[in-house]
Design a protein around this ligand. Structure first.
Ligand code: PRX
Length: 663
């Protein structure tokens, strides 16, 4: 990890919003006293707390012998128990008489709407679980899923969970190289995809990307293709490959709707989800069955104050942890209707989200600050046109929310009536760790407030000292919790090094924060080489590796720079190979190469990783010991784009000399 630069918090926020009285009166937790009492219990005796939660709300095929086995840094929860997450998300509700209730409410970008009841979902999931089995997938085999946000994506995940085959979902916005890397790391032979997905009226060529990945990666033996676009697909695009590819609907037609759920061990691997860290290759974060189930369901219940008649909409893609935990598992485990929307927030116009909330009477809405800022820029008139009176609660996740965006969300979307939960967590944490409890916690714009039950956070210095209120430091978690990651796939050493070695004996995953005098946590951002672009987590090294793979590039350094809508944008500094320097001698040549590099990154990683700025430099500014001076690059990039491209090749050597003292 790079040394955190001096951590200083400049944000001063005095506004405070108590939970609306009407909301609090009907909430699961109705006052701060109640929260404090439950929190105290959960910290003083976490095993008793989690055992009591787990006993009440889930179906177990075998009860646990011990609630927790903690051999720092390895935790095992509900040791000896057997359960099945798919059963708990689907069958249990059918058995409870909720078979006809809508489980998934889907709206496609073109406007097509589908509702799947819990019973229909059970049928589809069982059939697809049988499809997987017929393709030779066994318990423990990793299945790669690369699909648009359609019900089949959730069905594929649930079917994997049903048979105990861990899924590895790849975000549909990622591209070929991302698929190759993840399939290879997971050693996965089966890929589930779609012919395409809709995004801003265009087809995202998912199957074509899988074909290109398969051409580079012999591991891919079987591809199942769901027909999403169908006849509107360009004819001849990505035809099925004989012996390797199968249509989803043809396989499904042959299968029965009976598939008993696998009795999974509490610590059986549930899924891998790749996320960026400070090396070039993303790491496979490993989550297991029972702890993840209990934690996501319980956080969802209390933080979103879930009630049986809720229509819950989390706008995250299932390709990210937010979608895993709060589109699928945490919500369905509570028997609540979950909304899935396929497309872009601004297609066909900036009213789409608000129209969707009005149309489907969404009650709880969970989105990212970057989306809120984009809506804010477009003006409130789009939201004002719609009846948003069904909304009861709003949530945010993925990056710090600036108080202006928080206030806009509160006034324009929540109409001043809805509590906002600003939820802090990570791929690694499985579920939310810090958040208001909406009927209890007074909120302040810009803070995720207090820890969830069982979570003991602390702001620490590098030597492990707990810092006093208002001092900025590293945000650590002192005790294990059920939803925590169990490891990094095939890299146990990295797990220890990455999360448990920065400060002895506590979990640290890269954020800085301060705690105020009320015990509220204010997240300040990452201190490692991870950049949050529109809430998406990207590693600087990953983007650098993609750029360097271009034949014209000798070396590249990538930094994050503040961006009004995206939170951060990517700026890349590039040195060219000697034989290609001539390419940028002219204005046109420079513009052409810059565009080519941008395309190159988009092709390798996906549009999310496309740099906003690419600057060509004679050499990268480095310290005498050879470390790239990222802080200097951030300052240069923050100063804006070079004017008029006249300085074709920039030279930062003088600046580097001046800056060397401070690095
Ligand atoms: O920097 C924090 C930021 O997102 C990081 C985790 O990213 P990822 O694993 O992709 O998971 C995102 C969704 C859970 C964190 O280390 N982050 C997440 N939520 C917040 C946040 N930063 C500030 N406030 C939040 N509410």
């Amino acid at each position: 990890m790079s040394q955190p630069e001096k951590i200083e918090s400049l944000l001063k926020e005095e506004r405070s919003f108590p939970p609306p009285a009407k909301f609090a009166a009907a909430a699961h937790v109705r006052s701060m006293d109640e929260y404090e009492a439950l929190y105290k219990q959960s910290i003083e005796d976490p095993c008793a707390f989690w055992a009591s939660v787990a006993e009440q709300n889930f179906r177990w095929f075998r009860m646990w012998d011990r609630t927790l086995d903690w051999q720092l840094p390895h935790a095992r929860w509900f040791v000896g128990a057997q359960t099945n997450l798919c059963f708990n998300c689907v069958d249990r509700h059918v058995e409870r008489g909720l078979g006809d209730k809508t489980a998934i409410l889907f709206e496609g970008e073109p406007g097509d709407v589908r509702r799947l009841s819990f019973r229909e979902l059970q049928t589809e999931v069982c059939k697809f679980a049988n499809v997987l089995k017929s393709l030779g997938v066994k318990k423990g085999d990793r299945v790669t899923i690369y699909m648009p946000m359609t019900p089949e994506l959730a069905i594929a995940c649930l079917a994997c969970a049903r048979i105990g085959a861990p899924h590895s979902v790849i975000f549909g916005g990622f591209s070929v190289q991302a698929i190759v890397d993840r399939v290879e790391d997971a050693q996965s032979h089966v890929v589930i995809t779609s012919d395409g997905g809709w995004r801003r009226g265009k087809v995202v060529p998912l199957k074509e990307n899988v074909d290109q990945a398969a051409a580079q990666c012999a591991l891919i033996k079987t591809v199942v293709v769901h027909r999403r676009i169908g006849e509107r697909m360009e004819s001849g695009a990505a035809p099925l490959v004989d012996g390797r590819d199968h249509w989803w609907h043809e396989l499904m037609a042959a299968e029965s709707a009976e598939c008993p759920p696998e009795k999974c061990d509490a610590e059986d691997m549930l899924f891998l989800l790749y996320t960026s860290g400070s090396t070039g290759k993303p790491k496979g974060i490993l989550h297991t069955t029972a702890g993840y189930m209990v934690y996501t369901a319980t956080t969802a219940k209390y933080i979103f104050d879930l009630k049986p008649d809720d229509i819950f909409w989390c706008t995250a893609d299932i390709g990210w942890i937010t979608g895993h935990s709060y589109v699928i598992y945490g919500i369905l485990a509570n028997g609540v209707t979950t909304v899935m929307y396929e497309g872009a927030p601004n297609h066909p116009d900036w009213e789409r989200f608000w129209a969707l909330i009005e149309r489907h009477k969404v009650t709880k809405f969970y989105t990212a600050p970057t989306a809120i800022r984009a809506f804010m820029r477009e003006g409130r008139q789009h939201a004002d046109k719609h009846d948003l009176s069904s909304l009861k609660l709003l949530g945010t996740v993925g990056e710090p929310i600036n108080p202006e965006a928080w206030m806009w969300y509160h006034e324009v979307v929540g109409r001043g009536r809805c509590p906002i939960v600003d939820t802090w967590w990570q791929t690694e944490t499985g579920g939310i760790l810090i958040s208001p409890i909406p009927g209890a916690t007074p909120t302040k714009p810009g803070t995720a407030t207090r820890p969830f039950f069982g979570i003991e956070p602390a702001v620490m210095s590098k030597d492990g000292t707990v810092l006093p209120p208002n001092a900025g430091g590293l945000l650590c978690i002192k005790k294990p919790w059920p939803g925590m990651l169990r490891g990094i796939w095939r890299d146990p050493e990295r797990f220890v090094r990455q999360y448990w070695s920065e400060i002895d004996d506590v979990y640290f995953a890269g954020d800085s924060a301060r705690m105020d005098a009320d015990g509220y946590f204010w997240i300040m951002g990452r201190v490692d080489d991870v950049i949050k672009v529109s809430g998406h987590r990207l590693g600087t090294m990953e983007v650098e590796s993609a750029i360097v793979a271009h034949p014209a590039v000798a070396e590249a350094a990538v930094v994050g720079v503040p961006h009004e809508i995206k939170g951060n944008a990517i700026a890349a500094f590039v040195t060219l190979t000697a034989d290609r320097i001539g390419d940028i001698a002219s204005h046109d040549g420079l513009a052409k190469l810059r565009e080519e590099l941008m395309q190159h990154v988009t092709h390798a990683l996906g549009a999310v990783a496309r740099p906003d700025q690419i600057r060509f430099t004679q050499s990268l500014p480095k310290t005498r010991s050879g470390k790239i001076m990222r802080r200097l690059l951030r300052e240069i990039a923050g100063g804006g784009q070079v004017k008029g491209d006249t300085t074709t090749l920039e030279d930062f050597s003088v600046l580097a000399k001046l800056a060397e003292k401070d690095e």
